[in-house]
Design a binder for this molecule. Structure first.
Ligand SMILES: [Zn+2]
Length: 453
């Protein structure tokens, strides 16, 4: 009998099937997978019975440092409690974004001291004359590059002009990494917001009305055409509208290497929630009409959306609540790393909309494949022993006050879900036992991208 460091038993979710079985772990890696039990020997055995043992869930879209009060410790603790074993941290840090190698290396050092789960780091570029940092950032281990066609902040989160986007795409293509974009048409939005503010139209839904679907679809169209001519691997973050996916499919059919994600709020809320919750439900792009939400779900069911992310944005109560009088004053974004996995399981596997395998693909396997994350995203021999264990027979009640994140305001507060994350396991060791996060800062590791030297 094979002696291993530890054994995990349960309903093992493999790439194409689910089987009652056991997984053998040695030195943090998966070394064997067996149907049934009794094939392996170890002093450390965890039997999860009928609960699903998924590959560790991956959130590709997290903003630890948009608010410096958050940072790696709270976000990664929150992620562990939410069943996430690896996340990709965005580069738009306050005060200084990750648009050069020195900043990147500083962030890696901080990550190694503070992370509770594994983390990959995005890189970005300055508004102009910044593309010379692309190759060095790729070699330093950036997982991908994030840019924006909308100006959130001229220094921290700039709109990149078209000539710089073209230069950047040509260089990123050489690295084999992905160029990802926040895709909204800046000019139309700025003009509409100006018009609305002057007319005193600052009610919650004004946020949606000043960012109509054409502002997303037209921005995405331009980027896909740029990708056609540069051959870069393109990724569209936080798609909010089904027509965007229709357009992506057209370009994919022409050979453009474009992938996309949506975020859990676009699937689980609609524009009426902006009325109901006000700034707490404000994000960019905004929530859409219910029939548009149903259109996104149809694309999820048909497999047209590669993955779902959280776009975790850790704003303080003050940064959200200042939008109560005027929606345009509130920060955009919602916390998500601690609730996305149970929320998504509850509205897919629990109600039969997706199989456990399809869920696993959306939340773990595809994120790892789209961003070429080594050793992650599958329960396969040789992969990291990262698991997210979800019990469909238990319940979770979302309590925002218990969030490990600094950010504690969510429209989903109080919602009861038909599932519970009962364990989060990273490289063979439990980080969350269903009640408490039992590993501290420094357990998580930096995972370099595929172009690292
Ligand atoms: Zn984001």
């Amino acid at each position: 009998m094979n002696k291993v460091d530890s054994i995990i038993k349960g309903q093992i979710v493999l790439k194409d099937k689910v089987m009652k079985g056991e997984v053998g772990i040695k030195e943090g890696k998966i070394i064997s997978i067996h149907e049934g039990t009794g094939n392996l020997q170890s002093d450390e055995v965890k039997d999860y019975g009928d609960a699903f043992v998924f590959p560790g869930m991956i959130d590709v879209h997290v903003h630890c440092f948009s608010n410096p009060d958050e940072g790696f410790v709270t976000t990664s603790t929150s992620a562990a409690a939410g069943g996430i074993t690896t996340f990709l941290d965005m580069p738009y840090d306050l005060p200084n974004p990750v648009n050069n190698v020195d900043q990147f290396k500083k962030k890696v050092k901080q990550l190694e001291e503070e992370a509770v789960v594994d983390i990959c780091l995005w890189g970005t570029i300055t508004k102009i004359n910044g593309t010379d940092q692309i190759i060095p950032l790729a070699e330093a281990g950036a997982i991908a590059f994030k840019m924006s066609t909308f100006e959130t902040d001229a220094y921290r989160f700039p709109r990149i002009p078209d000539p710089e986007i073209m230069k950047a795409m040509k260089l990123i293509e050489k690295t084999g990494l992905r160029a990802a974009f926040h895709s909204e048409n800046d000019e139309i939005i700025v003009d509409l917001i100006d018009e609305y503010q002057k007319a005193g139209k600052v009610y919650p839904k004004a946020h949606n009305e000043t960012r109509p679907p054409v502002t997303e679809t037209s921005a995405v169209l331009k980027l896909m055409e740029f990708a056609y001519w540069t051959n870069v691997k393109l990724h569209i973050v936080h798609v909010s509208h089904p027509r965007t996916i229709d357009l992506i499919k057209l370009f994919q059919a022409q050979g453009v290497k474009v992938t996309c994600e949506t975020c859990y709020p676009y699937l689980l809320m609609d524009v009426d929630d902006l009325d109901k919750y006000g700034p707490i439900a404000k994000n960019n792009p905004p929530l859409r009409e219910q029939e548009e939400v149903q259109g996104l779900w149809k694309h999820i069911e048909e497999g047209n959306i590669d993955l779902v992310s959280s776009d975790h944005a850790p704003w303080s109560a003050e940064q959200k609540e200042r939008g109560n009088e005027n929606i345009f004053l509130a920060s955009s974004g919602l916390p998500g790393v601690e609730i996305m996995i149970p929320l998504m399981f509850n509205s897919t596997v629990s109600n039969g909309r997706l199989t456990p395998n399809e869920f696993s693909n959306l939340m773990s396997t595809h994120p790892a494949e789209v961003f070429s994350i080594p050793g992650k995203g599958q329960i396969s021999v040789g992969y990291d022993a990262d698991f997210t264990v979800i019990d469909p027979a238990q319940k979770t009640v979302i309590d925002q006050n218990s969030f490990k994140s600094y950010s504690k305001l969510t429209p989903f507060n109080g919602q009861e879900l038909n599932c519970k994350v009962i364990s989060t396991i990273l490289r063979g060791e439990e980080v969350f036992d269903g009640e408490n996060v039992i590993k501290g800062p420094g357990f998580g590791k930096f995972v370099p991208g595929s172009a690292a030297k």
